[in-house]
Design a protein around this ligand. Structure first.
Ligand code: UTP
Length: 289
């Protein structure tokens, strides 16, 4: 049972990044010069996934276009002798097979995943959210794939967060099985610190068994009037085992403004073409304070 398909929901409104997201999909906002979604698709590819299913919405067509060929642009660049840039663009178009399905209204992440049901079929699949960027020597999704291959049950990515941040995440109640592995017993969406069952937060990487769809069908709108994926997984965990894995790697929540800035600085500092200048610039800025 190999994980071949990844669902990437991109139909949200991206309200936290307005006005930037009035016409530009949040998923295409760049971290330096690479759209966030490209990092996430790259992680899927590096984890052995061979097909990406985008759940898209109105105004999001440019996300699919980003992973398509751009012959006119390539022709102009060829004419200017920019062959390296052309190679780069081709590589993006050849990265992976992309299909898409529409979520007509943004009724929530759980609903978005449910929209991919027919395209996923009766097999376990990955879900990646482009709000979460994870830098790791073994890609985060690959870490989950390894747990799935051993357990053959759903696995979700976890990260320990400070107490004051629990209300930004879905939080897990679970039994610790080993250093990084948990058995999920329940989940609560964005609890207040005093009501949180733990500090283990659900990060946007999941491997789900296809049974999740029948549970998602039964989920009624929860927090924020949305059909929450967390509620579906919580129902699933009462019938089948669901594991949580505290992945190794650095996580950036780029759905949040500060997280977006952190990721931009961190990724720039890793770029050989930029790091020296950026470091120098940061020193100047801090020195000026
Ligand atoms: P978020 O809730 O973080 O994204 O959902 P959002 O709603 O677009 O952003 P804000 O909170 O208003 O700023 C996480 C992911 O799930 C997708 C989003 O596109 C995002 O990638 N999503 C969310 C859907 O595809 N459909 C939905 O109904 C909700």
């Amino acid at each position: 049972m190999k994980i071949k398909k990844a669902v990437i929901p991109v139909a949200g409104l991206g309200t936290r990044f307005l006005p930037a997201t009035k016409t530009v999909p949040k998923e295409l906002l760049p971290i330096v010069d690479i759209p966030a979604i490209q990092y996430v698709v790259q992680e899927a590819v590096d984890s052995g996934i061979s097909e990406v299913i985008f759940v898209t919405g109105r105004g999001k067509d440019s996300i699919e276009d980003h992973f398509d060929e751009a012959p006119e642009l390539e022709q102009v660049l060829e004419g200017r002798g920019q062959t390296e840039t052309v190679k780069n663009l081709r590589r993006i178009a050849e990265m992976i097979e992309v299909v898409s399905v529409r979520q007509k209204r943004p009724l929530g992440l759980g609903h978005a995943v449910l929209c991919a049901r027919d395209l996923v079929g009766d097999e376990p699949f990955a879900v990646l959210l482009s709000d979460d960027l994870i830098e790791a020597s073994v890609p985060c999704m690959q870490q989950l794939v390894e747990i799935f291959e051993e357990k053959k049950e759903s696995v979700i990515a976890l990260r320990r967060v400070p107490e004051q941040e629990v209300q930004k995440y879905g939080i897990v109640q679970g039994k610790q099985l080993s250093d990084r592995l948990y058995e999920v017993e329940d989940m609560v969406e964005k609890p207040r610190p005093q009501e949180a069952p733990s500090r283990m937060a659900i990060i946007g990487r999941y491997i789900l068994r296809p049974e999740i769809f029948s549970f998602l069908e039964k989920v009624t709108p929860g927090k924020g009037g949305e059909i929450q994926l967390t509620d579906g997984i919580s129902k699933l965990s009462r019938e089948k085992k669901v594991y949580g894995y505290e992945f190794e790697g650095e996580h950036y929540d780029i759905g949040d403004k500060l997280g977006f800035v952190r990721a931009t600085v961190a990724y720039a500092l890793k770029r050989t073409d930029l790091k020296e200048q950026v470091r120098e610039y940061l020193r100047t800025v801090i020195g000026e304070k």
